[in-house]
Ligand binder design. Structure first.
Ligand SMILES: *Cc1c(COP(=O)(O)O)cnc(C)c1O
Length: 370
């Protein structure tokens, strides 16, 4: 049987049926109903954040988080090209300009030492990504933001449940976006959220995701439709119950990979930033083709021949995509380009068997130079 890079964790059908039963009685299917509110409060507790707004997906959450800040058209946002396209699209679709900052070689998050030279009088915000659940250097980034009076919005799509020095992702910067897509550590099938500190964003985000409707005859904002419905919220409530168990299962998978790959020649594992606790969302390996004896793409194909589907995630870097080079040309982020050409994320999910991990690692070690 083929092994895909990920497989969704979902609660049992019985559990889900129990949770959606009230919907069939109330007929309240969407528009911030009781199940939406129940999940919202459970997530506020779990993430230990002051405020949280639920969305139909992570991308729309990020788009509306940026929109809620009401930056002038054409303003610049310093961001990372080492991310899923959604991050860069969310900036551009708000008619703002992404300015690409390079990343750290060891942990793939934004390199704070490269931020300040990119700041111009048009810069309004920094939008870093907690890549693979590894939290950014949130202290250094906040310091720069405070000094230059910039907003900070984190793409925390990978970082659900991770902490830095005991503080959960979702408490850093002005806002954080979480994705609850089927492939993420915690899912609501499709879904997402924004956590934030400033009470002023509460009403604005609520209105933006509901067409900007303030009251029956008053429309305050040019909003869209990005509401999380009751059925997906119910799935979230079920899945949240099993989250800790699933993270423990992921940890077992990661530990098993580590035992094989820690010392494998030419395979570099992601360095966890100090003080960060993991959620084991992904298992990326950097393939140093000279030392390993094979490049990333050949290893990807070798695994594929064995019915194992790793992913070149993130490749290409977003500033190398046609839709961006057409507008901004090539940008100089050498580390991000290098990592994206040599990274491979190996299969990682809660019910991946350790025997399968053994098999994957043996294939990798067999082709490695010894
Ligand atoms: C998944 C993801 C998104 C988008 O989230 P969706 O819920 O799929 O819309 C954005 N950024 C990153 C880094 C992601 O991994």
């Amino acid at each position: 049987m083929s092994i895909l890079v990920t497989r969704s964790s979902i609660a049992s059908l019985d559990e889900y049926i129990e949770e959606i039963k009230p919907i069939f009685e109330s007929k309240w299917l969407t528009n911030m109903g009781p199940i939406y509110k129940k999940l919202q409060h459970q997530l506020i507790d779990y993430l230990e954040v002051p405020y949280l707004s639920l969305f139909v997906n992570g991308h729309m959450a990020l788009e509306m988080a940026i929109q809620a800040m009401e930056f002038p058209k054409g303003s610049e946002i310093i961001t990372t090209p080492y991310t899923f396209v959604s991050t860069t699209h969310a900036i551009t679709r708000n008619e703002l300009v992404p300015v690409f900052c390079d990343i750290n070689r060891e942990d793939y998050t934004m390199d704070p030492s490269k931020i300040e030279s990119l700041i111009t009088e048009k810069t309004v915000a920094i939008l870093p990504v907690h890549v693979y659940g590894n939290l950014c250097d949130v202290e250094a980034i906040q310091k720069i933001a405070d000094k230059h009076n910039l907003k900070v919005i984190y793409d925390a799509a990978h970082a659900f449940g991770t902490k830095f020095k005991g503080i959960t992702a979702g408490n850093f910067g002005d806002m954080s976006m979480f994705s609850f897509h089927a492939t993420k550590v915690f899912n609501t099938i499709e879904g997402g959220a924004i956590s934030f500190k400033d009470d002023n964003y509460r009403v604005r985000l609520h209105e933006l995701k509901n067409f900007g409707i303030h009251s029956e005859d008053q429309i305050n904002n040019i909003g869209g439709n990005a509401k999380l419905d009751e059925f997906r919220a119910a799935m979230g409530i079920c899945n949240l119950r099993h989250l800790e168990d699933n993270i423990q299962l992921r940890k077992k998978v990661a530990d098993r990979y580590d035992t094989y790959l820690m010392k494998a020649p030419g395979i570099k594992l992601m360095q966890l930033r100090e003080g960060v606790t993991k959620n084991y969302a992904y298992y990326p390996v950097y393939v140093d083709s000279e030392k390993f004896g094979m490049n990333r793409d050949d290893l990807y194909n070798e695994l594929k021949k064995n019915d194992i589907y790793a992913r070149r995630y993130f490749y290409p870097a977003t500033n190398d995509l046609d839709c961006y080079t057409r507008v901004y040309g090539k940008s100089k982020t050498p580390v991000a380009h290098d990592v994206s050409k040599n990274i491979l994320t190996l299969p990682m999910y809660a019910d991946l068997s350790l025997e399968d991990v053994d098999r994957i690692c043996q294939i990798i070690l067999n082709v490695a130079k010894v």
